[in-house]
Design a protein around this ligand. Structure first.
Ligand code: C2E
Ligand code: MG
Ligand code: MG
Ligand code: MG
Length: 285
């Protein structure tokens, strides 16, 4: 075989691939240890209503601080955890801890909807609805206070299965939203069959909303469509006042982004909430 020639031609590529594979392996091994050693924690990013500016929700975002490798982005380690099957354990950990946190905040008078990202692998588990129900019950949070975020890809991979699972979760009272909306390949025909109540407009469209006519057209169309379908919209990645005022004029319902707050550790989130919801009455579940 032409192994020799191939090798010299593709040395550059093989080196890059080997480095990638080595990093992958390193992360797989590190992830196993990380679960045992509690290297994970969750940050919470505020979600505000456009109408009154109140804090209405929090998105739970996983953080991994490795003792030697430092902070590793979920954008890097979630796909690795999916590949090696650890995502199920990790996803359950996030779900349980975010639900527990939401319940603790409710007890302190801070009633929020807690958004938790679901991986495709989790969504395909037949026992997902049972797992969600069990965690809600064990942690004492009403189902309506939980929002599961699915990306379009997750929902479209096997639409019939997705519809069936969403129906069950919906029956249980859990809310679902479509994350990064606009970046995937949603069939609009299927969208109306999905039991989602909110579209999260991807930050890539929000970023250039002030200057890019195409991004404006896309976001305007998403907001219009959502309104006509009876869905809420939340804009992700809102960073400037200009973006905010355009989104307000357009009728976007909710906001999330650095303009309001970065994702925060639980204690800092509670402090933020104190400032943004001073008159909230204690909520009972
Ligand atoms: P996502 O679910 O779309 O989360 C929003 C991401 O945008 C977060 O990045 C957040 O920190 C970031 N962000 C929020 N506001 C702004 C802004 O104004 N400007 C910019 N530039 N970025 C903003 P993060 O925390 O790095 O998470 C990246 C992705 O990793 C998430 O995207 C989600 O897909 C995934 N992820 C995070 N936590 C989990 C988890 O617990 N489970 C699963 N399956 N995926 C997760
Ligand atoms: Mg999300
Ligand atoms: Mg998103
Ligand atoms: Mg994303």
């Amino acid at each position: 075989l032409a192994k020799k020639a191939g090798r010299s031609c593709f040395r550059f590529y093989t080196t890059a691939i080997q480095e990638k594979a080595a990093r992958h392996l390193q992360l797989v091994n590190a992830l196993r240890v990380a679960l045992e050693q509690q290297q994970f924690h969750i940050h919470y990013q505020p979600q505000l209503s456009m109408a009154g500016g109140q804090l209405v929700g929090a998105e739970a975002l996983l953080r991994w601080e490795h003792p030697e490798l430092g902070n590793i982005s979920p954008a890097e380690f979630i796909p690795v955890a999916e590949d090696c099957g650890l995502i199920l354990q990790l996803g359950e950990w996030v779900l349980r801890h975010a639900v527990r946190q939401a319940r603790q905040w409710r007890e302190q008078g801070l009633a929020l909807v807690m958004g938790v990202n679901l991986s495709a692998v989790q969504f395909r588990q037949p026992d997902l609805p049972a797992l969600v129900a069990r965690i809600l019950q064990e942690e004492g949070l009403p189902a309506s206070a939980l929002e599961l975020e699915l990306t379009e890809g997750v929902a479209m991979y096997d639409p019939q299965q997705a519809i069936a699972v969403m129906n069950v979760l919906h029956e249980q009272g859990v809310r679902m939203s479509i994350d990064d909306f606009g970046t995937g390949y949603s069939s609009l025909n299927l969208l109306k069959q999905f039991r989602v109540y909110k579209l999260k407009i991807d930050q890539s469209f929000v970023r250039d909303i002030v200057t890019d006519p195409e991004d404006r057209a896309i976001v305007a169309a998403i907001i219009d469509m959502a309104e006509n379908l009876g869905l809420l919209t939340i804009a992700e990645g809102v960073e400037t006042e200009e973006q905010l005022s355009w989104l307000r004029a357009q009728g976007c319902d909710e906001l999330q982004g650095y303009l309001f707050s970065r994702p925060l550790p639980a204690a800092a989130f509670a402090a933020y909430a104190q400032q943004h919801q001073p008159a909230a009455a204690p909520a009972r579940s």
